[in-house]
Design a protein around this ligand. Sequence first.
Ligand code: MN
Length: 201
Amino acid sequence: MKEYKLPDLPYPYNALEPYIDEATMRLHHDKHHLAYVNGLNAAIKKLEEAREKGDFSAIRALSGQLAFHGSGHIMHCIFWEIMCPAKESKEPKQGKLYEKIVESFGSFEGFKKQFSEAAKAVEGNGWAVLAYEPLGDRLIVLQAENHQKLTFQGSTPLLVLDVWEHAYYLKYQNNRAAYVDGWWNVVNWKEVERRFLSARK
Ligand code: MN
């Protein structure tokens, strides 16, 4: 079976300046994201070994590593894709995604406020997540602790914001709120809409 791989960034390391600095992007992508890819491949391998030996004494730890590193890998893959240089970022004023946001949250501003507050209030390391929930055919905002906790199973993440300290500490130190507020300038709304249309199929 194939191994998981670290994808390249879809833009240069400095493309999100000044909102996300080059040094942070290099560390975040090349070191932190890579660690999740390696951790995920290791968890898969250890589970294979456990099956071969018939020894499941570490099953709780291994299942946890699978969820943590697997979710870490997926969330970072989405995170890189849903950002773009500020000059290419254009907030939607119409279209399918815009309409669904207004339907789900009452207004676009109401959505942004809820998402920002969720991001700023994540306890410890985690993410804010805009997700499509297919049973109710609606968009929801979630907080994810670490990468894998507090999910709504079956929902598809469309827009994710990493609020682990490694995502902002070099530039913003402890000022997570300033990072969150600046981050809206580099959202790739075209990609978010593409993910929404694909999730809804
Ligand atoms: Mn991260």
